[in-house]
Design a protein around this ligand. Structure first.
Ligand SMILES: [Zn+2]
Length: 292
């Protein structure tokens, strides 16, 4: 569930906790580290040089001498990165003792190269679909998910969006495809399609240029508003400080099946598109005519 706005919020709230600090201790408590990368402990001793987002990935960038290292965290459905400061874990055992029942990995940071760890970041994950790739540039570049990630919707222009939105696939399936455009999931696909007045089953190729541009503007507006409101909390999502987002209070369609359309007052309905539940207004989002 964490999509672009939620991961962006996690990254923004995590950054002040770890930027410039040294990763003294990294422990995988339950399996969550992807094969193809290195063990978490191999990153110990590196200092955090940046925290950024790419698609739905939170990327912690580290440096150890000349070596550039990464922790790429995919939160998937219920993952969270929770930071706590003002602690003093003097040993790896003391750090591990700060884990909860849902903790799959724990990271201890200090302002220098010596114990104790004064900042702790937990990777908690109830449903355990999340995962971490650790390693250097080579491991990151060899990771198929990373290599095939599509462009960022908030960094592309209308022309690039038109080029990404093509083919016979339904527009919603295409928006959800991380290889086509990165960072969009069910919430922001449904919200932006409603805002643009486009039915999710519309084949991408049948959208005219004006409709594609309208969808691009809607998508950007929805994502920017959601980032400004620190994402949406519908179940477990919390930022790195443990705070929920507020954009769920602004949903026009997501989770509102049976309720009145905010534009026309008719009932919103739930349909299935590309194997995913979708909420639409059948009046404001007209179903495309089928060709015979
Ligand atoms: Zn409507």
């Amino acid at each position: 569930m964490p999509e672009l706005p939620e991961v962006e919020t996690v990254v923004r709230t995590l950054r002040p906790h770890v930027q410039g600090r040294t990763l003294l201790c990294a422990r995988e408590l339950k399996p969550c580290v992807l094969k193809g990368g290195r063990p978490l402990a191999s990153l110990e001793g590196a200092a955090v040089s940046g925290v950024r987002r790419r698609g739905k990935l939170a990327l912690v960038e580290l440096a150890r001498g000349e070596e550039r290292l990464f922790l790429a965290v995919h939160l998937r459905m219920t993952g969270s990165l929770l930071a706590r400061k003002g602690l003093a874990a003097a040993t790896p055992k003391a750090l591990e003792a700060l884990a909860g029942s849902r903790t799959r990995a724990v990271f201890g940071f200090a302002s220098g190269n010596s114990w104790p760890c004064t900042t702790v970041v937990r990777f908690d994950d109830v449903r355990t679909f999340g995962h971490i790739l650790a390693g250097g540039e080579r491991e990151l570049a060899a990771w198929p998910f990373w290599r095939t990630l599509g462009p960022e919707p908030l960094e592309m222009d209308a022309e690039a969006f038109r080029a990404a939105v093509r083919g016979r696939r339904r527009i919603k399936a295409l928006l959800l495809d991380q290889k086509a455009i990165a960072g969009i999931g069910n919430i922001y696909a449904d919200e932006s399609l409603f805002a643009a007045g486009i039915h999710p089953e519309t084949p991408a190729d049948s959208l005219c240029v004006e409709a594609k541009d309208r969808l691009f503007r809607s998508l950007r507006q929805v994502l920017e508003r959601a980032v400004a409101e620190c994402g949406s909390s519908i179940s477990d999502y919390r930022d790195a400080d443990g705070n929920p987002g507020a954009f769920q209070n602004s949903f026009a369609v997501y989770g509102r099946a049976g309720k009145a359309c905010l534009a026309c007052g008719r009932s919103l309905v739930r349909i299935r598109v590309a194997g995913r539940s979708s909420v639409i207004c059948p009046h404001c989002q007209r179903k495309p005519r089928t060709r015979r």
